[in-house]
Write a protein that binds this ligand. Sequence first.
Ligand code: TMP
Length: 209
Amino acid sequence: MRGLFITLEGGDGAGKSTQIKNIESFFEEKGLLVVHTREPGGTPISEKLREIVLDSHNLEMKDVTEMLVYAAARAQHVRELVMPALEKGHIVICDRFLDSSIAYQAYGRGLGDMVGIVNAFATGGLAPDITFWMDIDPDEGKRRVSRLGDLDRLEMEEGDFHFKVYEGYKAIAEGDPERVKRIDATRSVEEISEEIKKYLEQICEKRGI
Ligand code: TMP
């Protein structure tokens, strides 16, 4: 049986990492093998591409180049790690996936439909079984991230970039409510964990896990 592909999305500072740990424990308690990975990254080649795309010195990087580097990292990650793990029946939890490219590059950078077209090749058609969108106001997200110290190239973006990204996530969630679950990330960690757990129980029941 193919495993489950779970992704977490959201603006920076939405608290994805804490929830990923909780999701991991949920499946480990069921005795299932969990692969925890991230985008951009997850394999040695994709991690190198991550360094390039997030490097705060690469200010000359063009929007199209940025979009293609994310897609290239994804193409490698999907084929080298995600698909093989799913084929073995593992649970794959991924910190960001294609929705990030739609929100940040299609909406944030204004690259539009091109992003979906390129990424259809990059993903080979692979889509998550369920996605948690950690919904947080972009201003609050920015405040939380700034407290953490050094910012990467995307986090440094000013102006309305992060609001456009937010609009992107909203559109994705509204367009695919079956897959994308909006999680109000302003609540306590416990409340958020409980809600996510409910969704996980539902999907496990549906898939006979
Ligand atoms: P993070 O791993 O700390 O969330 O950082 C990754 C950054 O890259 C984050 O600002 C979102 C951005 N990003 C994109 O712009 N497009 C993408 O396709 C992905 C996966 C991430």
